[in-house]
Design a protein around this ligand. Structure first.
Ligand code: ZN
Length: 459
C-alpha cells in the first residue's frame, strides 16, 4: 500500500486543477498535514453517521424544505464527497440490486457482501469480524446509537452475528435456533450487544431487553438484568442520560420499540380529482414537536455519547480514542410509510447530530467523520399532477418549503397504501478528517470498512 501522505499529495495535484474542488483539496492538505505531524495518517477517533434510507432524493427533499434550494445542510459541508454502490448478494452468489439494512450494514461493518437479512455473517453463515470488534481489540472505546431499536439491523451489525435480522431478543429466536444460547450459539442480538461490552448503547427497544434470557450464565433473568450484572448503568429518559457518567458502561433505552418521530404531517395520498387529499397547489407545512417530552433527540444522544466516549478514552490513558456509530433510522421507516413530514423531521434531527459530530471533530482534528446511507429509497420530487390522466401512479403530498414554494413528493415503488420499498441507486458518502480522501469517486459500500480500518490503524 502506498504511504498515506504520498497518495494525498498526488490527489491534491489531481483535484487542484479544478477550481471548484479547490477548497476540498486545501482541506485534504490541511488534514494530511495535521495527521502527518501528530498521528501519522491515522485517526484517533471515527464517527460514522448512517442515514437509513437517506438517498440523494431524501437529502434534497429535506434541504429544500428546511433550508431552501440554495441552502445547505450540515451534512453538505463535508469536504470529501463521493458515491458508493449498495447491492447485496443472495445465498447462491447472485447479485441483488436492492439491499436491506442488514446486508448493507454487514457490508460497511465487515467489508464483505452478504444476503439480505444477514447480521455480520457471510453468505455461508460464517461470522465476520466487524470494525467495532477490531477497534475494541486494539483498545478503542466504542459506542452505538440509533433512533430504532438497538437490536435493529444497523446497530446490530457492529456487535452481533446472527443469520436472520429478526432474532433480536431471546424470545425472537424461532428463525435462527442455532444461534440461541441454550443451543450453544452466541444468543440474540440484544444479548450479544451486551456480551460485546460496547461502552455506550443508546436507542429504542425496551421490549427486547425486557425478555427473559433462556440459556447461558444469565438464564432466567431479563436482558436488562443481564446488562446490570455486566456493569451497565441503565437510563430511560433524557434526564437519566444527562446524569450518566463514564465510570460505567451506559445502556439507554428510551422507548418500547422504535423511538417516535419528532415531526408529523399528512401522509402521501393517491390522486383525486379535486386534489383535496394532497392540499392546495401552495402546499402544506409540517408540524414539529411530536416527540414525547423527556425523550432525548438523536442530537442529544450523539452529544452525550461523544462526551462519554471522549472521557472514557482519556481515562484509559492510552493513545486510542473511540469508534462511534450514529444511525438516523426513521428516515427509512417514514419513507416506507409515505410520510414526508416525519421523514424530513428525522433527517433534520440526523443533520443536527452530524453538526455535533463536526463540532467535536473541529476541536479534535484527528477524528474521521463519515456521513453516508445504507441504501436509497422511494421518495421523489416530481411535478405537480396535471389531471386525472397525468399524475404519480402512487401517492403524493405537496409541502411548502423554506423557499415559500410548493414541492410535490411522490411515493410510488409499491401500490398505494402498502409499505414502500428500498431502491437500488448508489448513495452519497461524505467525509472529513484522516483518510477522508478515500471516499472520493465511485466506491463500493464494502470499501468503507477498509477506509475506517486504515484510519484506525487496524490494518
Ligand atoms: Zn427500510
Amino acid at each position: 500500500m502506498m504511504h498515506g501522505s504520498k497518495k494525498l499529495r498526488v490527489l491534491t495535484v489531481a483535484v487542484g486543477a479544478t477550481s471548484l474542488l479547490g477548497s476540498a483539496a486545501a482541506s485534504a492538505q490541511a488534514d494530511g498535514a495535521h495527521g502527518h505531524r501528530g498521528h501519522g495518517t491515522h485517526a484517533k477517533n471515527v464517527i460514522l453517521f448512517i442515514g437509513d434510507g437517506m438517498g440523494d432524493s431524501e437529502i434534497t427533499i429535506a434541504r429544500n424544505y428546511l433550508k431552501g434550494a440554495n441552502g445547505r445542510l450540515a451534512m453538505d459541508s463535508l469536504p470529501m464527497t463521493g458515491a458508493y454502490t449498495t447491492y447485496s448478494v443472495d445465498k447462491d452468489g447472485t447479485i441483488n440490486y436492492v439491499t436491506d439494512s442488514a446486508a448493507s450494514g454487514t457490508g460497511w461493518a465487515t467489508g464483505t457482501k452478504t444476503y439480505n437479512g444477514a447480521i455480520s455473517v457471510d453468505r455461508n453463515d460464517r461470522d465476520l469480524p466487524t470494525i467495532l470488534e477490531l477497534a475494541q481489540r486494539r483498545g478503542f472505546v466504542t459506542g452505538d446509537v440509533t433512533t430504532a431499536e438497538l437490536t435493529d439491523a444497523t446497530p446490530a451489525v457492529l456487535a452481533s452475528h446472527v443469520a436472520e435480522r429478526g432474532c433480536q431478543g431471546p424470545a425472537n429466536m424461532a428463525s435462527c435456533p442455532q444461534d440461541a444460547k441454550e443451543n450453544g450459539g452466541p444468543g440474540s442480538i440484544a444479548e450479544q450487544l451486551l456480551d460485546h461490552g460496547v461502552d455506550v448503547l443508546l436507542g429504542g427497544g425496551q421490549g427486547r431487553f425486557a425478555q427473559t434470557v433462556t440459556g447461558g450464565k444469565y438464564a432466567g433473568r431479563t436482558v436488562s438484568q443481564q446488562a446490570s450484572a455486566q456493569g451497565y448503568t441503565l437510563v430511560d429518559d433524557a434526564q437519566g442520560l444527562a446524569a450518566a457518567t463514564a465510570k460505567q458502561k451506559v445502556l439507554g433505552l428510551f422507548s418500547a420499540g422504535t423511538m417516535p418521530t419528532r415531526w408529523t404531517g399528512p401522509t402521501a395520498q393517491p390522486y383525486t380529482a379535486d386534489d383535496a387529499a394532497n392540499t392546495t397547489a401552495d402546499g402544506t407545512e409540517c408540524q414539529p414537536g411530536n416527540a414525547p417530552s423527556g425523550q432525548p433527540s438523536l442530537t442529544q444522544m450523539t452529544s452525550k455519547a461523544l462526551s462519554l466516549l471522549d472521557t472514557k478514552a482519556k481515562a484509559a490513558k492510552g493513545k486510542r480514542g473511540f469508534f462511534l456509530q450514529v444511525e438516523g433510522a426513521s428516515i427509512d421507516k417514514q419513507d416506507h410509510a409515505s410520510n414526508p413530514c416525519a421523514q424530513i423531521g428525522e433527517t433534520a434531527d440526523f443533520d443536527s447530530a452530524i453538526a455535533e459530530g463536526l463540532r467535536y471533530a473541529k476541536q479534535h482534528p484527528d477524528t474521521l467523520v463519515v456521513v453516508t446511507a445504507d441504501h436509497a429509497h422511494t421518495s421523489q420530487i416530481v411535478e405537480y399532477p396535471q389531471d386525472a390522466g397525468h399524475h404519480s401512479p402512487g401517492t403524493f403530498q405537496t409541502l411548502r418549503t423554506a423557499d415559500g414554494a410548493p414541492m410535490v413528493i411522490s411515493y410510488a415503488t409499491v401500490t398505494a397504501g402498502k409499505s414502500q420499498d428500498h431502491t437500488g441507486s448508489e448513495v452519497r458518502i461524505a467525509a472529513k478528517g484522516p483518510q477522508s480522501q478515500r471516499v472520493l469517486g465511485v466506491t463500493n459500500q464494502t470499501d468503507l470498512f477498509r477506509t475506517m480500518a486504515i484510519a484506525l490503524g487496524l490494518k
